[in-house]
Write a protein that binds this ligand. Structure first.
Ligand code: AHR
Length: 514
């Protein structure tokens, strides 16, 4: 392959990454909560039932914000079921995942867990089976200091201080027919606006996200965002986006190219949000909350892996086992998010533990890191700072990607995916310039030459790569470190230029001292 060239300048930035860009997601789904973050009786559990081995891995992964309690689950959830004495909490049938919900873990436990993990909580309210009244009551219970029935109830339950939750999602995927009480854009827009109004009257400091489309492939995509924002523009701060990449077709080049559709998705939603603003002659800018993103397909269309019969408690469902090539596509998603840091100011990897997750556990047993753990850790730990504009000269390839919304195949052409996908983040405080680079060529090494103007003299601080000749290699309980970062040896730096040789099919992180 000919040398791939990148030019950037210290003074030219897309924007600074928001701390909320590095979030994740915990849903009452399968073993994400029960047997994941919470397992009383586990050898590592603390007095509250929080698994300390999982907490340690979460701290290593370093997500900054955590979405809860769903997902599809939230659209049938009564938040009141999950507070108060545990023995008195009701058991309910969860129609999202056809399981039994014991409610042993609820909002207050979640807030405690977030504090233990040093993570900001993000709560979603039920705008499916419920509406504005339940939503405003939940804000009062959580955030009002005291002196009212609901705030005193929280205090009686043992949480004297208000939780101070700032980020609230107005429902989940309300455009999806699979959602409990799915809505048209007009129905949802009106309900979301009224809920938002009341929630903000209780606590004017909160920030609110309206549901965008549950995927770019939805038939109502585009008109949904436009209609919802026409109703909610004055009341919300964010519109949400969700994407799950797949390799149903066993076409790895197309799978890796599909990451670029995430760029299209972001840019299209920005255009729609700004067009709603333009029609109102408003300078307000709606930000994007990419609050579900990941690779997910092995346990998606397969009913056995999605549902267990008999309404079980915390069944092992959606337990996707990630391989090496999933980690590459996943790294590409991190680059897409970084390169839109000016408008994507919140994002959540879906999800955190066991369910389509970077961390896996055995009930009663150990916890380990899946392959996708590593690119997320790099993204979260080294992606803080100003994302610089880059001029990339790379050969490209074309691909056809299958992105079915339901059981029927649906193909999309990607005419020119550059073999190199890259993001450059400058952290002035730490004195670092970090390059995140994905080589999408499956068989060729990529000679990379970066000119980083304005940085005078760079030095290599650390350089690592994730790659393996076997793209199907996985981590497991028996081999938890089969896929882990290795040093990237061939990096040369002279003044403002950086040269590296990126192995085929590799995720690379080069951190330079400035
Ligand atoms: O993350 C799994 C599910 O995917 C979520 O519950 C839902 O919002 C989405 O469809």
């Amino acid at each position: 392959m000919r040398t791939v060239e990148v030019r950037l300048h210290r003074d030219f930035a897309i924007g600074a990454t928001h701390p909320r860009l590095f979030g994740a997601f915990i849903e009452h789904l399968g073993r994400c909560v029960y047997g994941g973050i919470y397992e009383p009786g586990h050898p590592t559990a603390d007095a509250r039932g929080f698994r300390k081995d999982v907490l340690a891995l979460v701290k290593e992964l370093a997500p900054t914000i955590m979405r809860y309690p769903g997902g599809n689950f939230v659209s049938g959830y009564n938040w009141e079921d999950g507070v108060g004495p545990v023995a008195e909490r009701p058991r309910r049938l969860d129609l999202a995942w056809l399981s039994t919900e014991t409610n042993a873990f609820g909002t207050n436990e979640f807030i405690d867990w977030c504090r233990a993990a040093d993570i900001e909580p993000m709560l979603a309210v039920n705008l499916g089976t419920r509406g504005g009244d339940a939503a405003r009551n939940m804000v009062e219970y959580c955030n009002h200091p005291g002196g009212t029935t609901l705030s005193e109830l929280r205090r009686k339950h043992g949480w004297d201080e208000p939780h101070g939750v700032k980020f609230w999602c107005l429902g989940n995927e309300m455009d999806g027919p699979w959602q409990m009480e799915a809505k048209t854009a007009t129905e949802y827009g009106r309900i979301a606006r009224e809920a938002a109004k009341m929630m903000r009257w209780i606590d004017p400091s909160i920030e609110l996200a309206a549901c965008g489309s549950s995927g770019r492939r939805m038939a109502t995509y585009g008109t949904w965002e436009d209609t919802v924002l026409q109703h909610t523009f004055d009341q919300v701060d964010y519109i949400s986006l969700h994407t799950y990449l797949n390799n149903y077709d066993q076409d790895t080049p197309a799978f890796l190219a599909s990451v670029d559709l995430m760029d299209n998705f972001i840019e299209e939603v920005v255009a729609i949000a700004d067009s709603v603003a333009a029609r109102r002659r408003s300078s307000k800018r709606i930000m994007l909350s990419f609050d579900e993103w990941n690779v997910w397909y092995r346990t998606r269309r397969n009913r056995q892996a999605r549902v267990k019969e008999g309404w079980p408690i915390a069944p092992p469902i959606l337990e996707e086992v990630y391989d090496m090539e999933d980690a590459l596509a996943f790294g590409g998603c991190c680059i897409s998010l970084l390169n839109h840091a000016d408008r994507v100011t919140a994002a959540c990897l879906a999800q955190l533990v066991n369910v389509i997750a970077p961390i896996m556990t055995e009930t009663g047993g150990p916890a380990w890191r899946q392959t996708i753990f590593w690119p997320f850790l790099h993204f979260s730990r080294m992606g803080r700072g100003r994302v610089l504009r880059t001029e990339i000269s790379s050969p490209t390839y074309s691909a056809r990607y299958n992105d079915p919304q339901g059981p029927v195949d649906d193909y999309y052409d990607i005419p020119a995916a550059p073999y190199l996908k890259l993001s450059a983040v400058h952290d002035d405080t730490a004195g670092t310039l970090t390059l995140f680079a994905l080589n999408r060529s499956l068989d060729e090494e990529m000679p990379l030459a970066v000119t980083a103007a304005g940085f005078a003299r760079l030095v290599v601080k650390q350089a690592s790569q994730l790659c393996d000749p076997d793209l199907e290699a996985i981590n497991s309980k028996a081999a938890p470190d089969r896929i882990a970062p290795k040093p990237l040896a061939r990096v040369k730096v002279a003044g403002e230029s950086v040269e590296a040789l990126l192995p085929p099919a590799s995720w690379n992180v080069i951190q330079l001292g400035v």
